[in-house]
Design a protein around this ligand. Sequence first.
Ligand code: GLC
Length: 427
Amino acid sequence: MTSLDPAKVYDHALEVLKENDRGTYTVPTKGLYPFQWNWDSCLTALGQSHYDEGRAWTEIETLFAHQWPDGMVPHIVFHVYSDGYFPGPDVWGTNRPTATSGITQPPVAGFAIRRLYDRAKDKAAAAERARGLLAKVDAWHEWFYANRDPRSEGLVAILHPWESGRDNSIDWDEAFERVPTEGVAPYTRRDTQHADPAHRPTKAQYDRYLWLVEHFRALGWDNSRLHDASPFQVVDPGFNAILIRSCTDLADLADALGEPAIAAANRARAAKGLAALGSLWSAAHSQYVCQDRTTGMLIDSASIGGLLAVFAAIPAEQARGIARTIERQAGLVKYIVPSHDPADTRFEAKRYWRGPAWLVMNYMIADGLKAAGETEIAARIVESSLELIARSGFAEYYDPLTGEPCGGGRFTWTAAMVIEFVEQGRR
Ligand code: GLC
């Protein structure tokens, strides 16, 4: 694809979404990821809503049909057996009626359903579908603060890098050193059979991913015990910003649907989270950074997680700081936004979340910057995203120096974000 003709790009995106549509859920891409992923689905629904509102609601409803009784929404739902992915259901051992993983992912559902509702052409139908999801999303938010913020600090921790959605980010390197590798059952990775091993997480990282899974499984996936029992507890500003934004959006939606108790609970969570987020600001990096909860120390790693924080209604000064940081990065790479600061020696342009650009990140960051009035840099991010598509098609992610496509091809959420960008351009 070489042209930037919006109609053509849109049609091509639609083709990718339909190709990966399994009727009631969408796989991220054939082969590499043959199941339903949590935040992929919620963001994908946004793209679907432009051509089929009903189908968009179904995507999120299917995910929530597999919510755990304690409120957690798992990061993968293994609807149909496939041996093409590791770790599969037997490794997770969660004993759910339909197999799921045992960890969660960035809670973007609250944001997504509000957006679906706001833009719905069929308001009555949308109100009904939204009403059906409201209490479920609220229960998930409640689960987060009860289980991942046990000391009521206002911010939640992730217990596994995969929960962040940014699997092998430099953010986790130091904290990951504390995770043992001894005793992990022998295994064969599948991801490196579908994608270039040089772009994927390393073997040492994979051993630790699995050690944590086996550790949590040995604790019976009892979420009331996992937080304190985990050697890995990291407070990720991007993850928390998504949760805060979803709480705010769910509150607004609850108000619109006449559910004041849900509205009040979520507004209080968002206010507390926003106030606490300030402690993660790094003036030196002009962005937010992660905190290692096991030591209480901030992590010196300028990743995209700290830029994504602008997705929540952070103070204007911080939003401006993030805009400047992205402008600086734009002088170092050809395409923004890189998933790690290119000025950091640890930056790797092709290795997954250690440098490459991802369209879902661009979408959420641009959305937040626009809301904060930083419209110029927001527009540049959208422009860069569409240039990447024109140059390299609908890849999983892109080398920000060259624009080369990396990882899986014909990727669902990339296509969904393109539809969002094209539709925004039309309005
Ligand atoms: C990778 C990504 C994660 C995504 C999943 C499916 O694990 O890091 O964010 O949800 O693939 O696309």
